[in-house]
Write a protein that binds this ligand. Structure first.
Ligand code: GLN
Length: 379
């Protein structure tokens, strides 16, 4: 087998989903909704089944999808996005991140990854032949030390990966933190590859700042995101990269040879999401705010300690009081004996941190209530 795959481990998130199924546990591990996408998308999907398209679209995304995406993102990001030159539509943000890394990095290059991190970034680095330099977001507040970040940049990095709002912590980077990162990226002439899939799930009083919108940053930022979380369509695998024309031109070639293109009928149906007005996004945030309140109040009742998420739909819960040093064992026990699946926190950390497990709360209220009822046995 390929040496490239040395050190390649299976996804712990997906593994926990299999363990959840095996024990019929409520799956609060792999983050995806158990409720339907907006009606408008489903109605259009039916029409697309009858009318098509059923053949390849333009490799970097259908004209209408890019037009509507450019309109929406120009507004939200506060910068002009040209559908003809600044966008490549991908098979989820997963492909977007991989294509972005392959576009800007040579094998042997270095990229900065904040730890804890979403597990795909290490896999992207391994598959691209890139060495990750990890910079801790130190618990319990998940702040980074600007001097440590500078020392990482000094090692000659090609790019920094920025997940904001952040998985698994739920941290939303402040404007000032982003400015620190941006000024280092400029000083050391590095790219920023963002993962902003939770851009519309940010809780008051926090707000999402797009890295690409900071002065001088559009030219060196590849903004990756997806429709998965915003429209509850994780299985449609629709994502995108927004960036400067010259770089996007190369991303389009990488994307073309990786996948040819995202699913044509799904692009057609998803346009109905991109056309939704501001009310939709306000409603989405409100609904996740309610889920967060419900779930966190439940954790409070049980007496569990956690980092209060500022965005995204995850919560890292501190399990140190249970005296089980192995968070994997704890999660297996939780799934089999308590009937709730979570992700062992150590799978997200580069450092040896085993005191957390990650739950997600992208579930119907009744699912969350049942999960909390089961978790009460932990009292
Ligand atoms: N992003 C989600 C999570 O972190 C789903 C991951 C996946 O399996 N694609 O749980």
């Amino acid at each position: 087998l390929s040496n490239r795959l040395d050190g390649f481990t299976e996804s712990i998130i997906r593994k926990m989903t299999r363990i959840a199924k095996q024990h019929d546990a409520i799956n609060l591990s792999q983050g995806f909704p158990d409720f339907d996408p907006p009606r408008e998308l489903l109605d259009e999907l039916r029409i697309a089944a009858d009318e098509g398209p059923h053949q390849y679209e333009i490799t970097w995304g259908s004209e209408l999808f890019r037009k509507k995406l450019a309109e929406k993102q120009s507004k939200w990001m506060g910068i002009p996005v040209d559908p003809e030159s600044n966008i490549v539509v991908t098979c989820g943000s997963t492909e977007a991140m991989m294509a972005a890394m392959m576009t800007v990095c040579n094998p042997g290059d270095k990229v900065i990854v904040f730890s804890p991190f979403y597990e795909n970034y290490t896999a992207d680095a391994i598959l691209t032949g890139v060495t990750p330099i990890y910079v801790p977001l130190a618990p319990p507040e998940f702040l980074f030390d600007p001097e440590e970040l500078r020392r990482a940049f000094e090692q000659g990095v090609k790019a920094i990966i920025l997940c904001n709002p952040s998985n698994p912590t739920g941290k939303v980077f402040t404007r000032s933190e982003l400015e620190t990162i941006a000024s280092l990226a400029v000083e050391f002439d590095a790219f920023v590859i963002t993962d902003e899939v939770y851009e519309h799930i940010v809780f008051e009083p926090y707000t999402h700042t797009y890295m690409a919108s900071l002065p001088g940053m559009f030219e060196r930022t590849l903004s990756c995101s997806s429709l998965s979380k915003t429209y509850s369509i994780t299985g449609w695998r629709l994502g995108y990269i927004i960036g400067p024309a010259g770089v996007i031109d190369v991303c389009r070639k990488v994307h073309d040879f990786l996948t040819v293109g995202a699913a044509a009928p799904l692009q057609r149906a998803a346009v109905k999401g991109l056309e939704l007005g501001d009310d939709y996004y306000e409603g989405l945030t409100r609904s996740y705010e309610q889920k967060r309140t419900l779930f966190l109040e439940g954790l409070d009742r049980i007496g569990l300690k956690y980092y209060k998420p500022q965005g995204a739909y995850y919560v890292l819960v501190d399990i140190s009081e249970f005296g089980e040093p192995d968070d994997y064992k704890f999660c297996e026990w939780l799934a089999s004996e308590i009937g709730v699946a979570a992700v062992p926190g150590s799978s997200f950390f580069r450092e040896d941190v085993r005191q957390y497990i990650r739950f997600h709360f992208a579930k119907k209220e009744e699912t969350l209530i049942e999960a909390l009822k089961r978790l009460e046995k932990l009292k």
